[in-house]
Write a protein that binds this ligand. Structure first.
Ligand SMILES: Nc1ncnc2c1ncn2[C@@H]1O[C@H](COP(=O)(O)OP(=O)(O)OP(=O)(O)O)[C@@H](O)[C@H]1O
Length: 325
C-alpha cells in the first residue's frame, strides 16, 4: 500500500538561467529503497540538499516525513539521516568516541548515548573495532562508521550520497547488503544516489534515471525495461542439437502466445523475444515438439541496457533538435 514519506512536487533549482533541477516530481514510500541514478552533474546532490532544507528551491515543494523541507528544516533533520559522499572523523579519537560525540550533538541524553553507540557499532559490524582510532580505519570501515553516525539518531529516512565511492568490490557488496537488511528489518526508507548502475540494481526496489536535472524515467527494473524495450524485455536463446533447415509450422503456434513477441530461427539457434519470463514454457514446448536442446540462455535487459538506451534516445532527441535549429 502506498505510504508516501518523501514527496517532491515541481521541485526546481536554477542558478541564473541554468536549471540544475528542473520540475522534479517524485514520491517515495515508507520502507522503500529508491535509487537516484545519474551521471556527474545530473543534479542529484542539489535535489538532496533541497530535501534537507540546506538549499532553497527556486520553485516547487519538497515534503519529507510530513514536513516542508524549506520552511521546517529542523523537523526534517530530526527525522532524516544524511550521509554525504565523504565523511570526516576525528582521527585521534576511537570509533566509539567519534560516535558518542555525534550522538551528543544529536541531543541523545548522556545516560543513553554510550549504550546506543555500542549497539549501532554492532549493527554495522564494527563492534570489534569500537576502541580503535579511526586513523587506522580503511575507507570501507570509515563508510560504515559514517552510516553509524546517521543511524545513531534512529532516523525514519536515510539519504546516502554516493555511499560506495572509493570502496573495493567486496566492501561495496557488504555495505549494500547491510543497507538492504536494515531497510527491510527496520522499515527504514533509503534514498541512494549513485552513478554505479550495478550497485543500484542490486539493492534498490525502484530507480529514477536522472539526467540534466530531469527525471527521464522511474520504476522498478522490470517496468523500466518494458518501457524502453517495448515487449522484448527478455530474449531466450535455445541452441538445438540439429540444425533446422526449414521453418517448422509449429513455430507459428509459439508466435501466437500472448507473452511472445517474436520468434526467429537461425540454423541451430531458436530465439524467442518475450515481455514476460516464460523460459520454462518455451523449453517445454520445444521438448514436446521433439527438439533436442543443447543449451538455453536468457538475456534480461539490466539497468545498464536501460540507461544506455535512455542516453541513446536522449542524444537522438538532442541531435534532432540541433539539426532543426
Ligand atoms: N552553487 C552552484 N552554483 C552554480 N552551479 C551549481 C551550484 N551547485 C551545483 N551547480 C551545478 O548544478 C549541476 C548539478 O550539480 P549536482 O552537484 O547536483 O550534480 P550531481 O548529480 O550530484 O553530480 P555529482 O555526482 O558530480 O556530484 C552541475 O552542473 C553543477 O555544476
Amino acid at each position: 500500500m502506498d505510504n508516501p514519506i518523501i514527496e517532491l512536487r515541481g521541485l526546481t533549482k536554477s542558478y541564473g538561467s541554468f536549471k540544475a533541477v528542473d520540475d522534479l516530481n517524485l514520491t517515495i514510500n515508507k520502507g522503500e529503497i529508491f535509487g537516484l541514478l545519474g551521471p556527474n552533474g545530473a543534479g542529484k546532490t542539489t535535489t538532496i540538499l533541497m530535501m534537507l532544507g540546506l538549499t532553497d528551491p527556486t520553485a516547487g515543494i519538497a515534503t519529507v516525513c510530513g514536513h516542508n523541507a524549506t520552511t521546517e528544516p529542523l523537523a526534517v533533520k530530526r527525522k532524516v539521516g544524511y550521509m554525504p559522499d565523504s565523511v570526516g572523523f576525528y582521527d585521534n579519537m576511537t570509533a566509539l568516541e567519534n560516535l558518542v560525540y555525534i550522538g551528543r550533538l544529536n541531543g541523545i541524553p548522556e545516560s543513553e548515548v554510550h549504550m546506543r553507540a555500542l549497539e549501532v557499532l554492532d549493527v554495522i559490524g564494527l563492534g570489534a573495532a569500537a576502541d580503535k582510532k579511526t586513523s587506522t580505519f580503511s575507507r570501507g570501515m570509515k563508510q560504515r562508521l559514517g552510516l553509524a553516525d546517521v543511524l545513531i539518531k534512529k532516523p525514519e529516512v536515510i539519504i546516502l550520497d554516493e555511499p560506495t565511492l572509493g570502496i573495493d568490490p567486496s566492501g561495496v557488496r557488504e555495505f549494500l547488503t547491510m543497507i538492504h537488511l536494515l531497510s527491510k528489518r527496520e522499515g527504514l526508507t533509503v534514498l541512494l544516489s549513485s552513478h554505479h548502475l550495478h550497485q543500484v540494481q542490486q539493492v534498490c526496489d525502484r530507480v529514477g534515471i536522472f539526467v540534466k536535472g530531469k527525471m527521464l524515467a522511474e520504476g522498478n527494473i522490470d517496468t523500466l525495461s518494458r518501457n524502453v524495450f517495448g515487449g522484448e524485455a527478455y530474449i531466450v536463446n535455445i541452441t538445438l542439437k540439429n540444425e533446422l533447415t526449414s521453418q517448422p509450422e509449429y513455430l507459428g503456434e509459439l508466435e501466437q502466445w500472448q507473452d511472445v513477441q517474436r520468434v526467429t530461427l537461425s540454423g541451430h539457434v531458436l530465439e524467442v523475444s518475450c515481455d514476460k519470463d516464460v523460459t520454462p514454457d518455451i523449453v517445454r514446448f520445444a521438448v514436446n515438439k521433439g527438439l533436442d536442446i543443447m543449451g538455453v540462455r536468457k538475456k534480461e535487459h539490466g539497468l545498464d541496457d536501460i540507461y544506455e538506451k535512455y542516453f541513446e534516445n536522449d542524444s537522438k532527441v538532442k541531435n534532432r533538435n540541433e539539426k532543426s535549429v
